[in-house]
Design a protein around this ligand. Structure first.
Ligand SMILES: [Zn+2]
Length: 255
């Protein structure tokens, strides 16, 4: 047995009752199985093997409606659809953002996705079940904390602030901070490289004692190849090469 949401051209399954061949019965709401501890099962046997039991169950289902959870727009940035929210003290998931069922609550309110406590009753006689109502206040304080963090212009890089506690907007801000840092480091690296090039061009590279012999031999063996690679005799590379060679020869005459 199925109950559907059919808003606009989109159709989604709201509720389904499934009776297996062994008469085990399952009720799914928004694809979530209703636990045996829920009131709808009170007094009913585990095996729904009589029409009377089916009627009792269906009559009970009519008395409940879907808990609306917390579909408020201001909470939608806290967590993407399909992801969970943990508490401050432990990594345990305490709530999750349900997928979009294009749903309509019994009050007529339409909502696209909602944040539910993991303890949500799913079927409730009030608009929000007790667990989701309680979680609403936690969501409110979480939203307030996020807003004050954004207003404080705090930094997100090099802190102990865990990714799982950041909103998508904060993760983007951290990413931008890191991109900015990398760009600064690259600029600094280029500056330093230019500075070293200038010093080397002006002073050449000096090496210790016997290394001058090795350097002279090495440069001599590469000279032809080097001149082929840089054929213009006035090029910066050729000038550097000649200066370095004359420096090596000059030092060798001192030994
Ligand atoms: Zn609920």
């Amino acid at each position: 047995m199925l109950q559907l949401y059919a808003n606009d051209s989109l159709t989604a399954i709201k509720l389904s009752v499934e009776i297996k061949s062994d008469f085990m019965c399952f009720v799914y709401l928004h694809r979530k199985c209703i636990l045996r501890s829920h009131q709808i099962w009170t007094g009913l046997p585990q095996h729904i093997n009589r029409v009377a039991y089916v009627l009792v169950l269906l009559e009970r289902l009519l008395k409940f409606d879907v808990c609306i959870g917390n579909p408020e727009v201001e909470f939608s940035n806290l967590v993407p659809i399909g992801s969970g929210l943990s508490s401050n003290n432990s990594p345990e998931i305490v709530a999750y953002r349900e997928e979009d069922f294009n749903a309509t609550h019994a009050s007529g309110e339409r909502y696209n996705s909602t944040i539910r406590s993991v303890k949500c009753d799913m079927l409730s006689t009030s608009k929000k079940c007790t667990a989701c109502k309680k979680y609403f206040y936690l969501l409110q304080s979480r939203t307030n904390r996020v807003e004050s963090r954004l207003l404080s212009c705090r930094k997100y890089s090099h802190t102990n602030f865990k990714h799982r506690d950041m909103t998508k907007q904060e993760l983007n801000m951290k990413l931008n901070e890191q991109k900015h840092e990398i760009k600064n480091l690259q600029t600094e690296l280029w500056k330093q490289r230019r500075e070293f090039d200038k010093i080397i061009t002006a002073n050449g590279i000096s090496v210790e004692g016997s290394e001058h012999h090795e350097l002279k031999d090495l440069m001599a063996s590469c000279e032809t190849e080097f001149e082929k690679s840089f054929p213009i005799s006035t090029s910066r590379q050729r000038l550097f090469w000649e200066q370095q060679m004359s420096f090596v020869l000059c030092v060798l005459t001192l030994y």
